[in-house]
Design a protein around this ligand. Sequence first.
Ligand code: G6P
Length: 608
Amino acid sequence: MCGIVGYVGPRVATPLLIEGLKRLEYRGYDSAGVAIMNGRGVETRKAAGKISTLETIVNGSPVAGTLGIAHTRWATHGAPTTGNAHPHSDCKGHIAVVHNGIIENATALRHWLADNGHTFTSETDTEVLAHLIEASFEGNLEDAVIEALHMVHGTYGIAVISSLDRDKIVVARKGSPLIIGLGDQEYYVASDVSAILEHTRQVVYLDDGDLAVIERTGYRVLDLDAHEMTRAVSQVDWDLDQIERGGFDHFMLKEIFEQPQTIENTMRGRLLEADGTAKLAGLNVTNEELLEIDNIIITACGTSWHSALIGEHMLEEMTRIPVEVEYASEFRYRNPIVTSRTLCIVISQSGETADTLAAMREAKRRGARAIGLVNVVGSTIARESDGGVYLHAGPEIGVASTKAFTSQVVALALLTLRMGRLRALSSVRGAEIIEALHALPGQIREILDRAAEIEQLAEQYIESHNFLYLGRGYNFPVALEGALKLKEISYIHAEGYPAAEMKHGPIALIDSQMPVVFIAPHDSVFDKVVSNVQEVKARGGRVIALTSRDEPQLAGLIDHEIRIPQTIDMLTPVLAAVPLQLLAYYIAVKRGCNVDQPRNLAKSVTVE
Ligand code: G6P
C-alpha cells in the first residue's frame, strides 16, 4: 500500500529519500512527495504519478537539508492528485506529516478543526493529523503528536517533522508497519525494510501503540502516555541483490525464475526423511497440543487465500481434521465458531494485510491458537501469532504474487507432514511426500527451461477478452490463481472454476473466442477432467491444457499443450502454477502492461 521513508543524519536527505521511495514504489504508486527541513523551515515537493515524476520536480527545484520524510501513496481518501499527495501540512506550513492507514473519524475531526479556524487544502484524512498536531503544539513535537493521536480512531503509521522543533522525526504506529533503521551516526525510518536495506540491516520494529522520537544523537521509543519503552534491535537477513531486478525485465519474471531456489529455501533443514515428517521449530507447539486440535480454520486474502484452499485439501486428507478456509475480510465480520481447540492458520506473504491481521486477532481473542505462514520476517502477523512457519522466499517485489504462492504451498505441505504424522499419515507415505518435495526444484527448472514455448503461446492470445481456467481437486485453487494472475496484470477478464461446475453457468460463455485453460495433470481426477475438456471442445472453445504425460484421451481435443513433470497429487499445484504465472506474464508484457505495478493494485494492503 503506501510507503514511508525518513532520514536524519549528516548526509543530504533528498536523494536518500527518493531512492528509498523507489524501492517502495511497488507498494503504492499513484503520487509521492518529500518534506525536508532546511534553513528556512519545512519545504515540500509533491507530484501525482510515479516517483520518477517527483524526482524530476526535485531535480528542477532542489531542496537541501539533512532531515526529511517522504511518501508514496495508494489513494484511499481523495483522488491521486498532487494536492492529495503526502506530506500534508498545517495552516502555517510548520508541520509535515506522512501517513499510511486510515483515520476513521477524519470527517468529524475536519469539521471540528474547521470550526476552530483551520483551513484544509486537500481531501485526505491525513491532513487532519497535521492540523491536530498544530492545535496541540506547545513547543515539543512528540507531546503534540501524542495528544493528536489520542483524538483519532483508525490505523496509522506516521512520520512527522516540524520547523518549530526542528531536529527530530516523530513516528508512531497503530495497524501499519514502521521500522527504525540504525546507521552510522544516522537514522532511517521506513514502512518496509526494502527502503533502507542499502544503508543498514540493523532495525527496530515498532509495535502497535509505539511512538518514537528520532534525533541526530539517538532515538527513544515511548508509549502514548509518554512512558519510555525498550525495543530490541534486529538484524535483517535479506540481501540488496534480492530487491534488485538482476538483469530481468521485471521483478515478476525474476521472482518466477527464483522458484527452484525459493522452494528449496522453504524446505531447507526442515525435512526428516527417516520419520517421514517435518521439523518446524517456529511453530511453538507441542505434539500434545497439536493432538488436542479438533478443527482448523485457514484465513488469508488474495493469492494467499488460494494456497489456503490447497492447504485445506492436504490437511484434511492427511490429518482427518475438519478444515475451513475463510477470506479474512469475511471471517472477521461474522460470528465464527472458534474454540480453544481451534487451530487458526494465517497465511500472508507480507504479514501486514489488514484484514488478515484483524482476522488473526479475532481468532486469538476467541481462544484459538494462531500460527502464521508468513514471508516477511518481523512483520506484524509473524510477531503477533503464537508461532509459525517462515516461507524464506526472500523479498517479493512484483505486485502479483508468484514465488510466495509456491512457497506457501510447500510450507503447507510441511505443516501437513508435521500434523499428519501425529494422526492419519504413515511414515512410508510421509517419506514419499518428502521425496516428491525434494524433486520439486529440479522439476520447476524443467518448466522454466521451456519458458520460450509459453512465450510463443502467449502471442496467440493477446487479443482475447476473456479466459476461463478450470481444474478439479487440488487444482481447482490453481485455476483460481491462474485466472487471478492473468486479470491482475493483463486486465483480461479471467475466471477460475471447478471444472465440472462449468456446466452450471460458465459453459454459456464458451465459443471460438473463449480460451479455456485446463489444469489436467495425470492425477486422481484426470478422467473426470477429460470429460470436461470434451464439453468445451463440443462447443468450439479453444483449449490450452496443462498435462503431465502423453495422454491419448486428449488427442484431438486440445489446441495447445503445456507439459509439466509428474508429481504426487498434493504437489501438482506447485508445478501447475509456474506455467500459468509465465502465461499471464508474457500475455501482459505483450499487451504493453506494467506487470510490476498493475493499475489500482497494491502489494501490501494495509487498509480494510
Ligand atoms: C494484495 C496483493 C496480492 C496478495 C494479497 C494478500 O492483494 O496484490 O498479491 O495475494 O494482497 O497479501 P498477503 O501479503 O497477505 O499475502
